[in-house]
Design a protein around this ligand. Structure first.
Ligand SMILES: Nc1nc2c(c(=O)[nH]1)N(C=O)[C@@H](CNc1ccc(C(=O)N[C@@H](CCC(=O)O)C(=O)O)cc1)CN2
Ligand SMILES: Nc1ncnc2c1ncn2[C@@H]1O[C@H](COP(=O)(O)OP(=O)(O)OP(=O)(O)O)[C@@H](O)[C@H]1O
Length: 177
């Protein structure tokens, strides 16, 4: 069920990526302006993900990027700043060389599809679900899904471990759940 939804979502995201990247990025900068000082986790874009780095660069607080420690475990987050030295990470996304870990309070979360309940479909590792579960158990966290409007579905397939998003940002603007 999730696999078929993933394949279809890759196709619509590729088209949306070619059309709208800049617009999605400026909506993200606006959403983050509500939380200027909190530690922010973004991501280094891979495939056809929209690029959150311009919005991260505009953020005042500490910045970090996700690192896969091992499959089946939550992500950790390494300190990052624009221009920071990078090294190859697992799964094709570069990671900061600086091993200093930061606990983010705001997370920009990549995704393949989302629905009106705020549920998301990722690449299938369960990394963000495990990470959000652990962070939410420890304190307040805001998860902001970042993608294109074309990735909305009536209902994405979910299971008991899926963690909902607090906001979705697309080129159409900011939605709260
Ligand atoms: N930009 C970005 N960084 C990220 C994530 C992400 O989704 N986007 N992650 C979010 O978790 C983590 C990396 N996890 C990932 C998990 C699977 C695949 C992926 O493309 N898997 C392929 C198989 C790859 C392989 O076998 O080597 C696939 O499912 O087809 C990518 C990233 C941390 N960093
Ligand atoms: N907190 C958790 N504890 C145990 N298993 C989990 C947890 N979160 C997710 N999983 C498991 O991980 C696997 C992958 O989950 P799922 O297909 O929802 O990934 P995804 O949301 O697409 O990926 P990601 O969150 O990395 O973007 C599933 O078998 C799911 O049950």
């Amino acid at each position: 069920m999730k696999e078929a939804a993933r394949q279809a979502a890759f196709a619509t995201r590729k088209l949306a990526h070619a059309r709208d990247e800049g617009a999605a990025s400026s909506a993200l900068t606006q959403a983050l302006a509500a939380y200027p000082d909190q530690p922010l986790a973004g991501y280094w874009p891979i495939r056809t993900e929209p690029d959150p780095r311009p919005a991260m660069t505009a953020h005042h607080g500490p910045l970090c990027l996700p690192v896969v420690v091992v499959p089946g475990q939550p992500l950790v987050f390494r300190r990052w700043h624009p221009g920071a030295a990078m090294e190859p990470g697992a799964f094709g996304a570069p990671i900061p060389q600086d091993k200093t870990e930061i606990t983010p309070q705001i997370l920009i979360v990549p995704l393949l599809a989302f629905d009106a309940r705020g549920y998301r479909l990722g690449y299938g590792g369960g990394f963000y679900d495990r990470t959000l579960q652990a962070l939410r158990a420890a304190g307040p966290v805001i998860a902001i899904g970042f993608t294109y409007g074309a990735q909305e579905r009536t209902e994405v397939p979910t299971d008991a471990t899926d963690q909902p998003l607090d906001f979705i940002v697309t080129e159409a603007g900011i939605r709260a759940f």
